[in-house]
Design a protein around this ligand. Structure first.
Ligand SMILES: Nc1nc2c(c(=O)[nH]1)N[C@H]1C(S)=C(S)[C@@H](COP(=O)(O)O)O[C@H]1N2
Ligand SMILES: [Mo]
Length: 369
């Protein structure tokens, strides 16, 4: 049996996001809190806001910027500060950067199928990944006026949603030049579901590090404890028993921009997709049709939307003369350190970081039904 990308959810949970999530653009995971981008609905290098995946742990909060403040505090700063929304726009240099966000649970349903046993947790298909141009202020520039102490170690942004989502970052990652407090996404003020008025964007790390609806940032001289590094977003396996290891960067992965399963007419076509390697660079993408040889796909080197850089996906493509019948497309991306997508992902208890080479089913028929 072929499982479909957008298996209709068995329960129709109440929607707890703001933007429309039509089935032509997004995959409903059935939770009311998590909607994936359909991989076959990517018109350009960036993922448009209308289809960018959403992952909430509580309903999207509606925040009012006339009363909203951002507090910087904790024993790792000498002078706690509170910023208003206008301060963020006016007092600091604005920076724009293209970055990909991927949820650590992306492809969990496929991971469960590979293991022959479903995982608990959001049953994602391939859609919990997206790329946007984020505009905002460097976290470094915001923290600096508070006077970071010499012994500061961790920085923890906290959300104003019901779960007060928070996750500590090591000081060095928080101060990296490409760690941003984003105020805008693809040239628009941040939409409510993506963290309005301000969200963190942590380059190359799992989506859960990029806290939305930030209201407070704690700087601490001691390691901070939070549910998302203690109970969730950790790798628990035989090498690392509970509480496991908190996930940071995500491993090299790729996907084909076709529905699952796909149906195509016979003849020459261009098969397209994306590859992403977290904090690393994608150095190669190979593909294989059925039992044929592995061949190099063409990585778009001339994307004017972005330079090729770590933290950003690449587009790739190849030409294929599709003959009638059932076929399987496999794609394997490799990062600059030579790490490549495995045939099987070693099991971990919570079903994170699935990056196996997928056997993408394609039916080639003369008159698609
Ligand atoms: N405050 C808050 N921030 C959050 C979350 C959340 O539930 N609350 N979800 C996280 C997770 S798990 C992911 S994958 C990303 C998803 O970002 P997006 O909804 O903009 O795609 O946001 C992260 N930031
Ligand atoms: Mo996530």
């Amino acid at each position: 049996m072929i499982d479909r990308d957008s298996e209709p959810p068995t329960t129709t949970a109440k929607r707890r996001v703001v933007k429309p999530t039509p089935a032509e653009l997004m995959e409903d995971t059935g939770t009311g809190l998590a909607y994936g981008t359909r991989p076959d609905r990517l018109p350009g290098f960036l993922t448009p806001v209308d289809r960018f995946f959403v992952r909430n742990h509580a309903p999207t909060p509606r925040l009012d910027v006339t009363t909203w403040t951002l507090r910087i505090e904790g024993d790792g700063v000498r002078r706690p500060i509170a910023y208003r929304y206008d301060d963020l726009w006016r007092r600091f240099p604005l920076v724009s950067m293209v970055r990909t966000l991927e949820c650590a649970g992306n492809r969990r349903r496929l991971f469960g199928e590979e293991q022959g046993q479903p995982f608990d947790g959001v049953s994602w298909g391939r859609g919990a990944i997206g790329t946007a141009e984020w505009t905002g202020v460097r976290l470094h520039d915001l923290l600096d006026p508070a006077g970071i102490t010499a012994d500061a170690r961790e920085v923890m942004p906290e959300g104003l949603d019901e779960v007060r989502a928070r996750r500590p970052l090591p000081l060095a990652k928080a101060l990296a030049p490409d760690t941003l407090l984003a105020l805008a996404m693809n040239g628009e003020v941040l939409p409510p579901d993506h963290g309005y008025p301000a969200r963190v964007v942590v380059s190359g790390w799992l989506g859960a590090a990029s806290i939305k609806w930030v209201g407070r940032i704690e700087v601490a001289t001691q390691p901070l404890r939070a549910p998302w590094t203690l109970d969730d977003y950790v790798i628990i396996n035989s090498d690392h028993p509970a509480p496991g290891i908190p996930i940071t960067g995500t491993p090299v992965t790729s996907f084909v921009e076709l529905p699952w399963p796909a149906q195509l007419p016979p003849g020459p076509i261009t098969v397209r997709g994306r590859a992403f390697a977290g904090e690393h660079l994608v150095s190669a993408v190979h593909y294989r049709i059925d039992d044929g040889p592995w061949q190099a796909a063409d990585i778009h080197a001339s994307d004017s939307a972005t330079r090729r850089e770590p933290g950003v996906w690449v587009r790739w493509q190849f030409r294929w003369d599709a003959s009638p019948g059932d076929h399987v497309i496999r794609v394997r991306a490799t990062d600059e350190q030579g790490r490549t997508q495995p045939d099987r992902t070693p099991r971990n208890a919570l079903g994170y970081c699935h990056n196996s080479v997928l056997a993408h089913p394609v039916r080639v028929v003369r008159s698609p039904s």
